[in-house]
Each structure stands twice: as C-alpha cells, then as structure tokens.
Design a protein around this ligand. Sequence first.
Ligand code: S3P
Length: 159
Amino acid sequence: MRNVILTGFMGTGKSSVGRLLAHRLDFRYCDLDALIVEEVGISINEIFARHGEPHFRALETEAVRSVSREERCVVSTGGGAVISPENRCLLREAGVVVNLTASVDEVCRRLREETDRPLLKDDRSGERIAAMMAEREQFYADAELRIDTTGKSVEDVVA
Ligand code: S3P
C-alpha cells in the first residue's frame, strides 16, 4: 500500500484519524491544509479572506500534486479537495482512498465551536451543512472504502 488518503466533509475526523492511523501503520502523516499554511505562511481563513476561494483551490491542487509523489504516508485532505477532477485522479493514483462520513447532526455538533472553517463562517446551520454534503456526495462516494464515524471514537475508526 503506497499511501492512505482520507477524504470527507469538514468535521468527519480526517485529521485526528489520520494522525493515529499513521502512527499505527508506521507511516508519515501529512495534512494538506497544514502544507498549504506552511507554504504561504498565513492561515486558511486569511487565504480565503485576502485571496478568495479560487486561489485557495489552486494552492490545494499544488499540495495534492506534491503529496501524490509520497510513499507510506497517511494524507488528510481538506473537505473540498475532491471537488476537482484533477485532484480526484491524483489522489486515486496516490493510494487507497478512504472516505470518512458523519451525520449532519454530528458534524454540526463537532463544528459548533469552530472558527477556522471559512466556508461555514456565516452559516453553520444543519441546512447549510446538509446542502453542502449533498452537493459533494458524488465525489466523496468515489472512494474504495467509506467509514461512518458517527458516534465512534477515533480509536474505533482507526481500527
Ligand atoms: C474546506 C475544508 C477545510 C479547508 C477549507 C475548505 C472545504 O478543511 O480545506 O476550509 O471546502 O470543505 P477540513 O475539511 O479539514 O475542515
């Protein structure tokens, strides 16, 4: 297995699961959003506010290209990384794509205190989250394995 790629909506636990899974597999851990922040030196919120979403998506594709050259790495993608056909293709070639899911209620609960999700800054309602999830479902479904994390601990999901 070359890499494990975790996809999924915001709040489905990609980062927490990714870190522990990497530890268990003795793989490296790589977080796409963290790579972007490291590269440009400002937060995801600031990238959206100063340069807009299209610029963020371009940086995200650069980050996907760079992780697609990795080996033995668990990669957490940002929730929107799978929207781009190029990203989906690169990620599929890079390793096993595992999609984490969670119910709308669970995502709302997990993101209640969050302030670093620019796309949910004005509206974090269940309706908004459900609509975004539904729009993206076809892209998330394009995975080798799907794991519902609702009500599960990070340990359970990793197992
Ligand atoms: C986004 C998800 C975020 C981050 C950015 C955009 C999205 O990552 O990449 O705010 O479009 O769903 P997380 O899924 O890690 O929150």
